[in-house]
Design a protein around this ligand. Structure first.
Ligand SMILES: C[S@@+](CC[C@H](N)C(=O)[O-])C[C@H]1O[C@@H](n2cnc3c(N)ncnc32)[C@H](O)[C@@H]1O
Length: 283
């Protein structure tokens, strides 16, 4: 997805190098992990939140909407006593993770990770210190009731001092139907904000991948979401029972004017065209 810190202009006319990817020999989940996810940084952020808000690190993490459960794997690798539960409804993506990510863990690490094919609202994984819901996945809940019910289910499942960590995106660009390209190693990632409806707030976004030989993987992923605003999310988290909700806003790199990748608790943001923010919601 479009990250303010990662915005780069595409370079067209790149030469095709031998060994570069093509649509035919590429795997959409692998490309997704390479282009959208940075699980190292995500887990660094979880640790920073816990140090800042609770003066310690957490041990238990549930990755909601986990897909290939890459963040849960990183959590397991981070410390020998960490445990994780990954929750997703889709057997196909979970199987991909079982085949590609599980083998990167040793036996002890695997024994500390559990994958549940369940709805995030009724996973049964409770007493959890951190629930992580990243890459805007909860935007699929399109009504206030649905989103409040999800947040209430997380609140119920958290340990007494537990914290929900999630993200949101927005800014004037997010209301525009536009494509944004990023050149990555041997392929181009395309974030296609295909539809925005100002009346419902609904968006349809696609991820496409393009390759140096001219081939394309179109609509590799499609997201039908409601574009929630920060005040709406904050209000719903509080209505769902959370005691304290903090917005972590990204700092600005003085030279480039882009985001600097450092997120800090902030009460007032800036009207930038594209932003990503994190939320922490404390039980
Ligand atoms: C945008 S992907 C998120 C992947 C990954 N967590 C990330 O950070 O990039 C959304 C995932 O949510 C899953 N999903 C959608 N609705 C769900 C639900 N109600 N319960 C559990 N998983 C759900 C989909 O199967 C999909 O794998």
């Amino acid at each position: 997805m479009s990250r303010r810190t990662e915005k780069k202009k595409s370079k067209k006319g790149t030469k095709v190098k031998q060994g570069w990817r093509t649509a035919r020999d590429s795997d959409r989940h692998e490309l997704y992990e390479l282009s959208v996810q940075n699980v190292d940084a995500e887990i660094d952020f979880v640790d920073r939140v816990w140090e800042r808000l609770r003066g310690r690190t957490a041990r238990t993490l549930r990755e909601d909407f986990c897909g290939t459960f890459a963040a849960a794997c990183e959590w397991i690798r981070r410390r020998d006593d960490n445990t994780a539960v990954g929750v997703d409804l889709d057997e196909e993506v979970l199987d991909w993770g079982r085949n590609r990510n599980l083998p990167t863990l040793d036996d002890d690490q695997r024994s500390r990770l559990e994958i549940r094919r369940k709805d995030v609202r009724e996973s049964g994984a409770t007493g959890i210190e951190t629930v992580l819901a990243m890459n805007f996945s909860y935007f699929l809940f399109k009504t206030r009731d649905e989103l409040r019910n999800y947040f209430a289910a997380v609140h119920r499942d958290l340990a007494d001092d537990g914290i929900l960590i999630c993200d949101a995106y927005g800014g004037s660009d997010s209301y525009t139907e536009m494509e944004e390209e990023r050149n990555l190693d041997g392929f181009t990632y395309v974030w296609d904000q295909n539809q925005y409806d100002p009346i419902t707030g609904d968006v349809v976004n696609h991820i496409h991948f393009r390759f140096p030989d001219g081939s394309e993987m179109t609509k590799a992923f499609t997201y039908e979401w409601r574009l929630w605003s920060i005040p709406e999310i904050r209000e719903l988290l509080l209505e769902a029972g959370f005691q304290k909700v903090t917005v972590w806003w990204e700092g600005t790199d003085e030279e480039s004017g882009d985001g600097d990748g450092e997120f800090e608790p902030t009460e007032r943001g800036e009207a930038c065209p594209g932003w990503i923010a994190y939320f922490t919601a404390e039980k």
